[in-house]
Design a protein around this ligand. Structure first.
Ligand code: C2E
Ligand code: CA
Ligand code: CA
Ligand code: CA
Length: 277
């Protein structure tokens, strides 16, 4: 009936109002935290599976709110994207990570890689390439030691722009990795056009990777795909030795995960690196 419809409608908008208010509140808090320099970055080592030796790190953003609680990036990154805050925050992450790489190389780690997540709104921004160039020149790092992690879904929204941008990034010498690979339904022909350097197998396929499982078959297929396209491959979310061993059997020799190291603040990273030199 008509009255049912109306009450449904009010219920719906009230719920939406709560959600929008909550998002707006979080957006203001995030902006304030960013301006007060209360966001920080942790670094998770990426290692050679056999030796456990690190060859790079991934920069991961952290936000501790006024109550000292950590808000997971999965919650605040979407808000940063949606509000456009990600453009400035992302630039800060990239620059900070580049300067951190300089520190790491001063510790004796040459040819070390820094992987930085780049979200869609940031990548599509008209000034992104300029910002990237500035981060490289200001820090003085070698472009081939920087790796941008983008997602498959990003490439699907505006393939032409993405391909054009990727080509320019490649000309600069910066590397590109496809994050969460296998979850985004990009076609193989698209993958070939993107000319990326690396596939990062999503954690979902690593969880139950042991031989014989569906997840295992998918991980194996991604590893074989990377071999035939001559791309590098890394597995994320490796938590136990069985997963690590299976990956090696499948031909994947690079991993990131709690088995090897959790994300660390920079001082903990320095001491961890010194023990793993
Ligand atoms: P991601 O890029 O897939 O990052 C990997 C996530 O897996 C990280 O979560 C990391 O802490 C977690 N992880 C690593 N090893 C293990 C493991 O062995 N087991 C389990 N269970 N988890 C593991 P985190 O730091 O919470 O980040 C979540 C997501 O937030 C990231 O997923 C990324 O999409 C996004 N993110 C983080 N920092 C940034 C940033 O600076 N910019 C952008 N655009 N996104 C970011
Ligand atoms: Ca990532
Ligand atoms: Ca990932
Ligand atoms: Ca993931």
């Amino acid at each position: 009936t008509k009255s049912d419809l109306r009450s449904d409608h009010t219920y719906f908008t009230r719920e939406m109002g709560v959600e929008i208010r909550e998002r707006v509140r979080m957006m203001h808090a995030l902006r304030a935290a960013f301006e007060a320099e209360r966001l920080y970055i942790v670094y998770q080592p990426q290692v050679e599976i056999g030796s456990g030796k690190p060859f790079g790190v991934e920069a991961l953003l952290r936000w501790k709110n006024d109550d000292g609680e950590l808000i997971p990036p999965d919650q605040f990154i979407p808000i940063a994207e949606y509000s456009g805050l990600i453009v400035n925050i992302g630039e800060w992450v990239l620059r900070t990570a580049c300067f951190e790489l300089v520190r790491i190389s001063e510790l004796g780690f040459q040819q070390f890689r820094m992987a930085v997540n780049v979200s869609q709104a940031q990548f599509m921004h008209p000034l992104f390439l300029q910002m990237l160039k500035r981060a490289l020149t200001d820090s003085g790092i070698s472009p081939q030691n920087l790796e941008l992690e983008i997602t498959e879904s990003m490439a699907m929204t505006d393939p032409e722009l993405v391909i054009a941008n990727l080509e320019k990034i490649k000309e600069m010498g910066v590397r590109i990795s496809i994050d969460d690979f296998g979850t985004g339904f990009s076609s193989l022909s698209q993958l070939q056009k993107l000319k990326v350097n690396k596939l990062k197998i999503d954690r979902a396929f690593i969880n139950d990777i042991c031989i014989g499982t569906d997840e295992g078959s998918i991980a194996k297929m991604i590893i074989e795909l990377s071999q035939s396209l001559q791309l590098e491959v890394i597995a994320e979310g490796v938590e136990n030795q069985l997963q690590a061993d299976t990956l090696r059997t499948f031909g994947c020799h690079h991993a990131q995960g709690f088995l090897f190291a959790k994300p660390k603040n920079k001082n903990d990273l320095y001491s961890w690196l010194e023990q793993h030199i």
